[in-house]
Design a protein around this ligand. Structure first.
Ligand code: PLP
Length: 393
């Protein structure tokens, strides 16, 4: 093991040399089915021609100028995102955490503009919003916060999928400016709230004058079977953040805002050196065009159902399985015992998967799967779970 890197990760002793579609090859020539996509990033799979071409073409023209000048690729991308989401304006960052930082700053400034002195944002337990100081403070997970105190103030955590808990706060607090939630909790274990949760949050925000901020960093860009997961619920947020799947692996994030929220930032309030650079924006535009051209949003829905049905059939008598849940290609299989060892057993069997919240197998496969590849994922996962030994409680 190299000691030149900080120990933030303890990587597997596996290195992938190249990829094609849903497949990765390591340096020994072993082939793996990628059911994780770098955690919901490479939604178009690996070496997707339109993205490879867009990156190569843009690199040959210009990689970076500065936000001090006009960047056509950035405006073009913003217009596509606005058309698809019905939001009004976009700020581009380089990562998910940075997109959420922008959303948090926007909400605070919005509060101050209304004379609220200590603007507070409501977030939820088991959420994940990033690793910067403000976003880890927003994150409802003590493991991610431990050791980094003092945390950034101005966040209140409530249970996820619990409207009464927030209604209680509305009565006792007068400095709340926003609610920030994931439409489906990703790191938290593919937790899907009640069908009317987002609509209830929307009504509460409207009544109280709060901003509804949706973190769609994991759920966005077609993976859920809609362009954005909130579109399953017939509402629109005031602020939405994106990153992961936006440019198929080229670093980019985005904070979108609507109506009054879109007018909050003025020159000097926020910025980024790299954010919205021509290279990342050209890649992201190619991603969006490709998803549209091949109707991959509906395909994600179809593939999600196919995989879910296959898993339900293959695991129907399995006593380890507590629940199989999905929205499109956000798929969680909750077991009744911790199952971290499945990651290594999966690699041995030639499949990349993730275990989160200690006992949820998380699958985030690419939107470009063939039916055969989807069935191969099902077969491998069913095999892995079926050969897992049940541990007495
Ligand atoms: C991954 C993720 C983030 C953080 O994104 P980074 O690009 O790693 O900073 C924030 N929110 C959600 C919901 C995520 O899944």
């Amino acid at each position: 093991m190299s000691d030149s890197l900080m120990k933030t990760y303890s990587p597997q002793d596996i290195e992938f040399e190249h990829g094609q579609g849903a497949w990765l090859w390591d340096k020994h020539g072993k082939k793996y089915l990628d059911a994780l996509c770098g955690i919901a990033v490479t939604g178009l799979g690996h070496n997707y021609p339109a993205v490879t071409e867009a990156v190569a073409r843009q690199a040959g023209l210009l990689i970076h100028t500065s936000n001090l000048y006009m960047i056509t690729q950035q405006r073009r991308l913003a217009e596509k995102l606005i058309r698809l989401s019905a939001m009004d304006r976009v700020f581009f960052s380089n990562s998910g955490a940075e997109a959420n930082e922008a959303a948090i700053k926007l909400a605070r400034l919005y509060g101050h503009q209304q004379g609220i002195e200590n603007p507070t944002i409501v977030t939820t337990h088991n959420s994940f919003h990033g690793r910067t100081l403000a976003t880890l403070s927003a994150t409802g997970n003590p493991k991610i916060q431990a050791g980094f105190e003092p945390l950034v103030g101005g966040f209140i955590h409530v249970p996820y999928n619990d409207i009464p808990a927030i209604e209680g706060l509305a009565e006792s607090k007068n400095n709340i400016v926003a609610i920030m939630v994931e439409p489906i909790q990703g790191e938290g274990g593919i937790n899907i709230p009640a069908d009317d949760y987002l609509a209830s949050l929307r009504m509460l925000c409207d009544r109280q004058g709060w901003l509804l901020i949706l973190d769609e960093i994991q759920t966005g860009l077609g993976r859920s079977g809609k362009w954005f997961s909130f579109q399953h619920c017939g509402i629109t947020p005031d602020v939405m953040t994106l990153a992961k799947g936006l440019a198929n692996g080229v670093p980019i994030g985005a904070c979108l805002a609507k109506a009054a929220a879109a007018e909050v930032f003025q020159p000097g309030n926020h910025g980024s050196t790299f954010g919205g650079n021509p290279l990342a924006c050209a890649a992201a535009s190619a991603v969006i065009d490709s998803i549209e051209e091949h109707d991959l949003v509906n395909r994600a829905m179809e593939l999600g159902e196919r995989i879910r049905n296959g898993l339900e059939l293959g695991l129907r008598d399995n006593r380890l399985v507590v629940e199989i849940r999905n929205q499109g290609l956000l798929i969680g299989i909750e077991l009744e015992q911790p199952c971290a060892e499945l990651v290594n057993r999966g690699l041995a069997q030639g499949i990349l998967l993730n275990v989160t919240a200690s006992r949820v197998i998380r699958l985030l496969p690419p939107l470009i799967l063939s039916n055969d590849e989807a069935d191969a994922i099902v077969e491998k996962i069913v095999g892995l779970i079926t050969s897992t030994i049940r541990v007495a409680a």
